[in-house]
Design a protein around this ligand. Sequence first.
Ligand SMILES: NC(=O)c1ccc[n+]([C@@H]2O[C@H](COP(=O)([O-])OP(=O)(O)OC[C@H]3O[C@@H](n4cnc5c(N)ncnc54)[C@H](OP(=O)(O)O)[C@@H]3O)[C@@H](O)[C@H]2O)c1
Length: 331
Amino acid sequence: MSGPGVPATMRAAYVERLGAPEEIRVGELPVPAPGPTDVLVAVELVAANPVDTYVRSGRYRTPVPFPFVVGRDLVGTVIGAGPGAPFGPGDRVWANSLGHDGRQGSFAQYAVVPAERCYRVPEGADPALVVALAHPAATAYLGWFVHGGLRPGDVVYVGGGNGNVGSAAISMARRAGAWVVASARPADHGRCREAGAHAVVDFAATDLAERIGTAAPRAVDVFWDTSGHHDLDLAARVAAPGGRILLSAAQVDRPVLPVRELYTRDVSLRGFVISRATVAQLADAARLVGTMVADGGLGARISEVLPLDATAEMHARLEAGTVSGRVLLRP
Ligand SMILES: NC(=O)c1ccc[n+]([C@@H]2O[C@H](COP(=O)([O-])OP(=O)(O)OC[C@H]3O[C@@H](n4cnc5c(N)ncnc54)[C@H](OP(=O)(O)O)[C@@H]3O)[C@@H](O)[C@H]2O)c1
């Protein structure tokens, strides 16, 4: 799209091929042109996610065009829209499903977003908070409501409750009427309670099953260790008959699977990844995220706001596991 105020080129963080973080360049690329049902967004902030590193490295296999702009999430302002896109110049929007499945990513001054993957920033909301929540809070929605079958009155366990996904998962489950027991380091228990947990246990405790059993009013209907440190023996011990165990990350790739304890009590394992969510599921997630942002029901720990030049360093730090909280970048 050309026109007043839209330059021909933009700064972007991109790769020419999949590989190590050092493959990431920050340089000039043509400003992309929106199709009939797309919008062109002037990007204000983007957020860095572990999944960005999986796509860049090829660990998560998905079609990507080259040069490939990395990144999923953005918040910004619409500056152009195709005739079939229900947005207009000046609309504040966010997105969380760029940068995979054939779509270019968000880490650039401008990005094309299919209108169906574009959501309005709630009136008066802090754009930094919106983009910080875009990925983890949508993941929390998918975990509970698409894959976990969460119902009011359920007892849920949220492992890694002080993490990005964990914190959003606590807040959403609580809002949905669940009884929430979370795990975190003792220093982070207060934050989990602020997010909405009824009880918090130390994930390093050697008697974790007993602690969960004491803290919760009854056995756990949905067990979700958002950190990916799977202890399925623990899950089987605390799960209620008919319970669900959610799998959404894998710090432990091949945990012991206590088959008998699971099948004899109708306990199921349900894996999911946001990358496979449908447009409709993502839109439903965005509606709840928007509502909860607007009413103050979701928080995020924004630890750093960096320039786009820090993208490669940020990928390396995400891979090294030395990032805590949400890191945002300003293109
Ligand atoms: N499937 C999907 O669709 C999807 C979507 C989003 C994210 N993910 C994945 O989900 C994982 C978590 O992401 P995140 O952004 O929430 O990460 P995060 O913010 O680093 O959160 C992880 C949390 O787990 C805690 N933790 C560390 N060791 C633990 C243990 N043994 N047991 C329980 N908790 C422990 C950490 O505490 P300390 O910081 O104190 O160590 C931290 O609070 C990542 O692997 C990410 O790739 C998957």
